[in-house]
Design a protein around this ligand. Structure first.
Ligand code: SF4
Length: 313
């Protein structure tokens, strides 16, 4: 027995590090996601975008709410926060406003962001808070047993709609764009290169950027709706996805088994929440606000230097 352990240890010690290891909390692996789940590829694309973007990782923060996608925050080796259900966006807004140097990325599921968090979503977009939101949409509440969600297509089965959903689902890009988002895109988790590029664009974009990623939940949604294997679903993504950049985001609804319009639908310039706040207070308070802002910037810069020094000791 001890010989076997020694051999295993030797093999592990000799194994080369995975290129993603600097970005992941390897002590938390294996992850909880089911085989074939679409969340893993989205995490891969996010990490790849971080790598390609050559960001200072001290300046990037990940926030998530509750649900299967919410677990991303626990696996990523950045400052990350796994917050309460539906509250990822107010938490992320607070982080950004307290330190404008940070790039705050929210990665969460459709149930968390658009159901219980729906009100926070429309108001963060309306204010154009400088956040990037990546919503993994698998059309149901997966972690709690596959209940109907505001993204479930009409007619689809869920644990709470055993005879088929009779409600209209939200069209998430349409909701984001009409609420005020400056960058809106949709991809499936099969479009790994395009999704990676889109995440990079969204992180670099000042203002509220939103990417919906259609992803399979084989354990609940696919099985219950008898959609075949994960490969069958990926084949469906391949055959039924239609890339239409600049398509009207209010007209890209997904019907049950229908076409999935993907692409970058919105990419516009608009002052962010902090741009507007600064402009308003500078106009009202003049020099007084200028001094406050200068003090704030100097304090933030000094705090960053001190933090950096402490980490390198
Ligand atoms: S329940 Fe569905 S969404 Fe959750 S980990 Fe399993 S496959 Fe993924």
């Amino acid at each position: 027995m001890s010989d076997i352990l020694t051999e295993t240890d030797a093999r592990t010690a000799a194994a080369p590090a995975h290129p993603m290891e600097p970005y992941l909390r390897m002590d938390r692996i294996p992850h909880i996601w089911c085989p074939g789940c679409g969340i893993g590829p989205v995490l891969t694309c996010f990490v790849d975008a971080l790598h390609k973007g050559d960001f200072d990782l001290d300046d990037v923060v990940v926030v998530s709410g509750i649900g299967c996608t919410g677990r991303v925050a626990g696996y990523i080796k950045l400052d990350s926060f796994h917050t309460t259900h539906g509250r990822a966006l107010p938490f992320a807004t607070g982080l950004h406003l307290s330190n404008r140097r940070l790039k705050v990325v929210v990665i969460s599921g459709d149930g968390d962001l658009i159901a219980i968090g729906g009100n926070h979503f429309i108001h963060a977009a309306r204010r154009n808070v400088d956040l990037t939101v990546i919503c993994v949409n698998n059309f149901n509440y997966a972690m709690t047993g596959g209940q109907v969600a505001p993204s479930t297509p009409t007619g689809a089965l869920s644990s709470t709609t055993p005879f088929g959903n009779s409600e209209h689902p939200f069209n998430l890009p349409g909701l984001a764009a009409s609420s005020g988002a400056v960058y809106v895109a949709r991809w499936t988790c099969l479009h790994v290169r395009r999704l990676t590029r889109s995440i990079l664009e969204a992180i670099r974009k000042p203002g509220f950027s939103f990417i919906e990623v259609i992803a399979p939940c084989p354990t609940l949604y696919i099985r219950r709706n008898k959609l075949g294997s994960v490969l069958d679903v990926l084949r469906y993504y391949k055959e039924k996805s239609e890339i239409r950049h600049d398509a009207d985001p209010t007209k890209v609804d997904i019907g049950y088994g229908g076409t999935i319009t993907v692409g970058r639908f919105v990419d516009i310039e608009k002052p962010t929440f902090l741009d507007n706040l600064d402009a308003n207070l500078e106009r009202r308070l003049g020099e007084e606000y200028g001094l406050h802002k200068e003090y704030y910037m100097r304090t933030a810069a000094r705090r960053a230097l001190v933090d950096r020094g402490a980490r390198h000791e």
